[in-house]
Design a protein around this ligand. Sequence first.
Ligand SMILES: [Zn+2]
Ligand SMILES: [Zn+2]
Length: 127
Amino acid sequence: MTTLAPNPHSPYADADPTKRHIFAAFAFFGDPTPGGLVPTACERLAVVPEEPLTGTSPDAELPDGLCPLCVAVMQGGDEPRHPVTDCRECEAVTDHDGLCALCRQEKHDAWWPTRGETAVAVEGSAP
Ligand SMILES: [Zn+2]
Ligand SMILES: [Zn+2]
């Protein structure tokens, strides 16, 4: 059985960083753009990985590492509920931990092209 790697990291993703999430958009729009921050089936945001997620048809054996909340939703379960607050940037009502999905996507899009520079800086400072 394959174990999936988690979604790529973003400081603006609020989905569980240790799990691979399924994107709600798959069902409607096909493959989302890799590197984009998009809504997951479990009502959070995660980064679209470079390699497409295959084998998620209802009959396929599910690989390890998938978010159990996403799987439950894709199998017809209820979407998880999250506490709702005001967005600290635009004051929209959001359930994404005080920063709404649109603000997160905007900040992620600005951050994403610079992520390599951050990683290099961290490596460079290691002994
Ligand atoms: Zn999930
Ligand atoms: Zn906002």
